[in-house]
Design a protein around this ligand. Structure first.
Ligand code: GAR
Length: 199
């Protein structure tokens, strides 16, 4: 699992695994942020965790960092790469190394509101329903095939914080369920179209 932030999605998946709801294990957690909460949560659970410096760019990994991320995942024998609040765009070599096996959770109902702070984009736009999306990562930004989604209402008086918190509750329910279906081989992907998961 790769993450840059506090790690609530990592915790939800680790707890689902511990409860026997996902037939998998987290082989390594890697972060581009040295003091990210996700690294601490991993260490607390005895899961190997490492920081790898991302290099000079702000929104992606440089070539050396990309190679180091791939090497860390290969060393850990990862079958899937789950992004859990990983705030850098993965492209090229990385996606070739793990083609069709990189999954992301995004805090909106894609294709609405791709990119940063999607809950704020939804609030500013004035939609009444938003949510979260688990999707395959492709070369675009938040454009890969959709594996699962959950709707979340926008309530009168919501702030960016209250709406994000409600979306994160939904993420913590949705992401483990989609991952469980995925590793059980229940989800079929044909181009953009996927079957085998709905809620
Ligand atoms: C989550 O809300 C996730 O959807 C978002 O970052 C947060 C990470 O929280 N990801 C993106 O915006 C990716 N573009 P967490 O560290 O508590 O799991």
């Amino acid at each position: 699992m790769l993450g840059s932030g506090k790690g609530s999605n990592f915790v939800a998946i680790a707890e689902a695994i511990a409860a026997g709801r996902i037939p998998a294990r987290v082989s390594v957690v890697v972060s581009d942020v040295p003091d990210a909460g996700i690294l601490k949560h991993a260490a607390d659970r005895g899961i190997p965790s490492r920081h790898i410096a991302p290099g000079a760019f702000r929104t992606k990994l440089d070539e050396a960092a990309e190679a180091a991320f791939i090497a860390a995942l290969r060393e850990a024998r990862a079958d899937w790469v789950l992004l859990a609040g990983f705030m850098r765009i993965l492209k090229g070599e990385f996606l070739r190394a793990y083609e069709g096996r990189v999954i992301n959770i995004h805090p909106s109902l894609l294709p609405s509101f791709p990119g940063l702070a999607a809950w704020k984009q939804a609030l500013d736009y004035g939609v009444k329903v938003t949510g979260c999306t688990v999707h395959l990562v492709d070369q675009g930004v938040d454009t890969g095939a959709i594996l699962g989604q959950q709707a979340v209402p926008v309530r009168d008086g919501d702030t960016a914080e209250t709406l994000h918190a409600r979306i994160q509750d939904a993420e913590r329910a949705l992401y483990p369920e989609v991952v469980a279906a995925l590793v059980r081989g229940e989800i079929r992907v044909r181009g953009r179209l996927t079957t085998g998961f709905s809620r």
